[in-house]
Design a protein around this ligand. Sequence first.
Ligand code: ZN
Length: 220
Amino acid sequence: MSKFKNSCFIPSNILREIDFMLIRSGVNPSKYIKIVIKGRTLNAGIINFPMKKVICITQEWIDMLQNNPNNNLVWNAFSGTIYHELGHQKDYMPNGLLHKILITICNFFGICLRNYHSNQLQFLYWVWEAHADFYSCEHAFKGDRCMSRKTMLFKLDERKKRLKSIEDTYDHPSWMRRISYIEKFNFDEQLITKIAMDVSYPVSYVEVQNIILHYETYFD
Ligand SMILES: [Zn+2]
């Protein structure tokens, strides 16, 4: 049985909202196919195929939005989620193509490949995630950190309700860490150094500067 449902399962009000976010992110909505995937978490993702990009949204998100049509927190959390994914589209991993390929492979195979790499990769993953959170805050909430915090806490609570793990993973800092990054830091040297400490990665001054430069160059 297919994991994917047809995009017509995305109600028109939600589709409209997604298209609006795509336009505001400077991309053409028709370049994106929107599909619903199964899943009991409030997740979304974007897959880049050569010709098209595919936005996947879990059925759980669709149900949540349909059941709470007038709940601003729910809809803001949804915006935050989609903009986070769009943030990943804007940036790519520092340190060039090899790392990008490694990261892509690790995305697919996760645990199997983890032990073969140092925690540098984990560090880059976490920076990547934090950066997408800052992008999301800027674009979904005009830089309102309080709103980011509220929506992140909402998603954390929803994970707890579903008895899902709320711990750090190799490729994502925990929600609590992500909340503290967005609350206490800007996306700058201090945050990058903090993330390196959090994953016990001995980052060098030059590497921190390169990462900052990288995101400044590829992120508007
Ligand atoms: Zn992410």
